[in-house]
Write a protein that binds this ligand. Structure first.
Ligand SMILES: Cc1cc2nc3c(=O)[nH]c(=O)nc-3n(C[C@H](O)[C@H](O)[C@H](O)COP(=O)(O)O)c2cc1C
Length: 348
C-alpha cells in the first residue's frame, strides 16, 4: 500500500523546533506502556534518539508510587512524559505531575487502542469526541504554560481515527493546533486496526495538509530506508519508532543520524553490552531486584534475540536461563555474553 502511494516529499533533516524546545534529531522513541521504562529511554537517548517518551501517566493512578517512578527522567537531556485521561481536570493534574517530574514536553495520549483505556473513554476513544479532545488539549496547555512558565510544549499522539469510516486525525490535529499544541504524532492505523495490517504512511499526509505543526509519523518503522519512505509519503518532519527498538535501542539514534546525513558508527559489541547492562541496572534500582528482574525479562529476551539476529547471541539453554533466572547476577552475566561471541554461542 505504501509503495503505491504518491510521494509528497519532506525536507526533514537535523534539529526540529517544537515550541520553545530545540529537538536535536528527527527520530523519536515511541511511548510503550510496560516497555519504555527509564532504562530503555536512557539507552535510546545515549545512542542519539531525538526524543524519548515515557510510559503513559494515567490520571486515575497518580497516587500510585509506580506512577511517579514511570514519569521520572533522571539522566535524560530531554524528557517527554505522556499523560492519559478523559476528564480535563484529571488530565491537568497528570500534566502538573509531569512538570513536577521534570518533563521538557508533555504528550497527550489519544492513540491507545487498549480496551482497558478506551473503555474509560481515554486514549483513542477521544478521537470520537473532538470537542472533548480539544478541551483536554486546552486544559493541558493551560496548566503546563503556568507550571513551566511557558518553557514546556504540549504534543498530542493519535491514530488515523477510530475506524475506516472515521479517519478524523486531520480534524483532531487542527483542533489541537488551535488549542495551543506544539506537535502532533500520528500512528498510521485506526483504533479498530489495533496492530493489524500495515501502517498507512501516505494517509498521514492528510494531517500534514491540515496543520502547520511539526508532524511525527509513526507505525512499522524498522530501518533508515523505512524512515525515509515514511517521511516522503507522509510529509512528516520526524519519525517515531516503537517495537523495532525493543532489544535494539540504538536503532532510533541510527535513524536520527541517517536522516540528518550524519555519520553513524554502529555500536561495537562492547557498547551494546554496556547499554543493556545499564538498562538492567536501572530496572533493578528503580523496582528492586525481584520486581526489576521480572519486569526486565521482555527486554532480556529481546536483547538476546537481536544479538542472535545479528550473528551473536546465546545457546538456546542459555537464552532460556536468561529469561527465567531469579538471580540478577546470573542475568547480568548472560546478558553480557549475548555479544561476546561472533557467530553466537550455540555450542556453549
Ligand atoms: C507494548 C506497547 C505499549 C504501548 N503503549 C503506548 C502508550 O502508553 N501510549 C501510546 O501513545 N502508545 C502506546 N503504544 C503505541 C506505540 O507508541 C506506537 O504507536 C505503536 O507501537 C506503533 O509504532 P511501532 O510500529 O513503531 O511499534 C504502545 C505499543 C506497544 C507495542
Amino acid at each position: 500500500m505504501n509503495g503505491d502511494a504518491q510521494l509528497i516529499g519532506s525536507t526533514a533533516t537535523g534539529a526540529l523546533s517544537v515550541g520553545a524546545l530545540t529537538v536535536p534529531g528527527r527520530a523519536f522513541l515511541a511511548p510503550m506502556a510496560g516497555v519504555t521504562d527509564l532504562g530503555m529511554r536512557r539507552a535510546a537517548a545515549r545512542f542519539g534518539a531525538g526524543l524519548v517518551v515515557s510510559e503513559m501517566l494515567a490520571a486515575d493512578f497518580l497516587e500510585d508510587a509506580g506512577s511517579a517512578a514511570r514519569a521520572r527522567g533522571d539522566g535524560l537531556d530531554l524528557h517527554v512524559v505522556q499523560v492519559a485521561a478523559r476528564d480535563p481536570s484529571a488530565i491537568a493534574d497528570a500534566a502538573r505531575m509531569a512538570i513536577d517530574c521534570g518533563a521538557d514536553m508533555v504528550d497527550i495520549n489519544m492513540g491507545c487502542p487498549a480496551r482497558r483505556v478506551v473503555g474509560g473513554y481515554a486514549g483513542a476513544a477521544l478521537m470520537r469526541e473532538p470537542d472533548l479532545a480539544a478541551s483536554l488539549v486546552r486544559a493541558v496547555v493551560a496548566v503546563v504554560a503556568v507550571a513551566s512558565a511557558g518553557r514546556v510544549p504540549v504534543s498530542v499522539k493519535m491514530r488515523l481515527g477510530w475506524d475506516e469510516a472515521t479517519k478524523n486525525a486531520p480534524e483532531i490535529a487542527r483542533r489541537a493546533e488551535l488549542e495551543g499544541a506544539a506537535m502532533v504524532a500520528v500512528h498510521g492505523r485506526t483504533r479498530n486496526q489495533f496492530y493489524k495490517g500495515a501502517a498507512d504512511w501516505a494517509a498521514i499526509a492528510d494531517v500534514r495538509a491540515a496543520t502547520a505543526l511539526p508532524l511525527v509519523a509513526n507505525g512499522d518503522c524498522a530501518s533508515l530506508p523505512d524512515a525515509r519512505d515514511m517521511l516522503r509519503l507522509s510529509g512528516a518532519d520526524a519519525v517515531m519508532i516503537g517495537r523495532a527498538a525493543v532489544g535494539r535501542p540504538w536503532l532510533v539514534g541510527e535513524i536520527a543520524a541517517g536522516l540528518a546525513g550524519a555519520a553513524w558508527r554502529a555500536p561495537a559489541p562492547g557498547d551494546r553490552t554496556e547499554a543493556a547492562l545499564a538498562h538492567l541496572d536501572a530496572l533493578l534500582c528503580a523496582m528492586g531486584r525481584d520486581k526489576g528482574l521480572r519486569h526486565a525479562r521482555k527486554h532480556l529476551a529481546a536483547y538476546a534475540d537481536v544479538a542472535a539476529a545479528e550473528g551473536f547471541g546465546l545457546a538456546p539453554a542459555e537464552r532460556a536461563r536468561l529469561v527465567e533466572t531469579a538471580s540478577a547476577e546470573d542475568a547480568a552475566g548472560l546478558l553480557a555474553a549475548c555479544w561476546s561471541a561472533p557467530g553466537g554461542r550455540r555450542a556453549a
